[in-house]
Design a protein around this ligand. Structure first.
Ligand code: ATP
Ligand code: MG
Length: 180
């Protein structure tokens, strides 16, 4: 599985719809300070379900919506869509290409979508569980994350290995079953 592209519209500094294509190997994003490089990784984390405004470098969730500039007025909706290549079947869904989307409006309406169908955040989490993709999973390593991993206590570090070993899903289902 690999990330094919991301479409961003109304999210942070991206007022116009922008599509960024990724290659299967490594993609570098370069640009001057403040040009929106980190906003792209924020968009990836957000669409994967990040609920913490602080992690997204804002004060409240509404801060992810384009707030306007000297030339352009603020927008009312932020929307991000990831397209993933699933030809290897890593994602447990019968599609060779999978899209995952998230939308939020200033009035607080919020939607998650898998292949353009509305779904719950839980469905997105389950889709990526044990794949290494996720807002906190090891395929997104932000600034400072390496030090965090090294300094984490053994229980936190164990979660990382469980995700890599592909057993988080079973553990999460077991915990849910025990709650009932
Ligand atoms: P650096 O090289 O310094 O790390 P960067 O390319 O990573 O820079 P970002 O942090 O991605 O830059 O982008 C910061 C810019 O995004 C700032 O100019 C900020 O004003 C803008 N920005 C953030 N949130 C919004 C928003 N809601 N509406 C409009 N612009 C926003
Ligand atoms: Mg940055």
């Amino acid at each position: 599985m690999f990330l094919k592209n991301i479409t961003i519209k109304g999210f942070k500094s991206f007022a116009n719809k922008v599509k960024v294509d990724f290659e299967p190997a490594i993609t570098g994003v370069i640009g001057p300070n403040g040009s929106g490089k980190s906003n792209i990784s924020d968009a990836i984390r957000w669409v994967l379900g990040e609920q913490s405004a602080k992690t997204l470098r804002g004060a409240k969730m509404e801060d992810v919506i384009f707030a306007g500039s000297s030339k352009r007025r603020a927008l009312g909706i932020a929307e991000v869509t990831l397209t993933l290549d699933n030809r290897d079947g890593s994602l447990p869904i019968e599609y060779k290409e999978v899209t995952v989307g998230r939308r939020v409006s200033r009035s607080g309406e919020s939607d998650y979508l898998i292949n353009n169908n509305q779904c719950r955040l839980k469905d997105i989490k389950e889709l990526f569980m044990d794949t290494g993709v996720g807002k906190d999973a090891y395929s997104i390593i932000g600034q400072g994350k390496v030090e965090t991993i090294l300094s984490e206590n053994s229980t936190d570090r164990r979660e990382l290995f469980e995700e890599a070993a592909g057993i988080s899903k079973h553990k999460s289902r077991k915990e849910e079953a025990e709650k009932k």
